[in-house]
Design a protein around this ligand. Sequence first.
Ligand SMILES: Nc1nc2c(c(=O)[nH]1)N[C@H]1C(S)=C(S)[C@@H](COP(=O)(O)O)O[C@H]1N2
Ligand SMILES: [Mo]
Length: 198
Amino acid sequence: MYFGKPRAHTDSERVPPNQHVTKKFPVLHAGSVPEYPDLNRWNLQVYGLVDQPLLLSFSDLMNYPQTTLGNDIHCVTGWTRLDNEWSGIKTKIIAEAAGVNERARFVMLHAEEGWTANVAIEDFLQDMSLLAHSHDGQALTPEHGYPLRAVFPHLYFWKSAKWLRGIQFTEHNHPGFWEKNGYHMNGNPWEEERFSWD
Ligand SMILES: Nc1nc2c(c(=O)[nH]1)N[C@H]1C(S)=C(S)[C@@H](COP(=O)(O)O)O[C@H]1N2
Ligand SMILES: [Mo]
């Protein structure tokens, strides 16, 4: 037997149960990849239980303080991609700008083609949660959500809506697209909240 090989240093404590690490960046979504020939016609709507609904252009967003954060992506289908770098605006900055009402307990993320994902307000406001326009130093590619996607590092990646167009603050928890199809309302990878019956 050969004992000389040092034990591999792993990132296993960063990998949630039943996930495997990949270096690839798979593309996963329902529907088609939207095209934006003119970014001036893109906007982001912030509405629902807020004092000041917002209609933000891309340059409005870029005028908010910018943050770059590292995180790990955990897809519910089983892959984990470590050490992603995202740049964008912290979600809590947008929530503050809109003056979120204290009755708001949930957030519905609205993407192109009516795709939605729901998150609890604590998850939305978490310090690491971002509205990201860049990944690993480059503008998002069309497949990965150009021009703007949500990033919730502590939840399964399906909650991280690509092609984000609306943020709606609500009192009650409504299921989004995958949640209506059996995915979990919360989606915490450390608790393996994959499906509604988990
Ligand atoms: N608008 C939109 N966002 C979406 C989805 C989608 O179908 N539509 N799929 C989600 C799922 S299931 C995953 S795993 C991630 C995949 O992101 P990626 O393609 O950048 O890896 O996007 C999430 N965001
Ligand atoms: Mo996914």
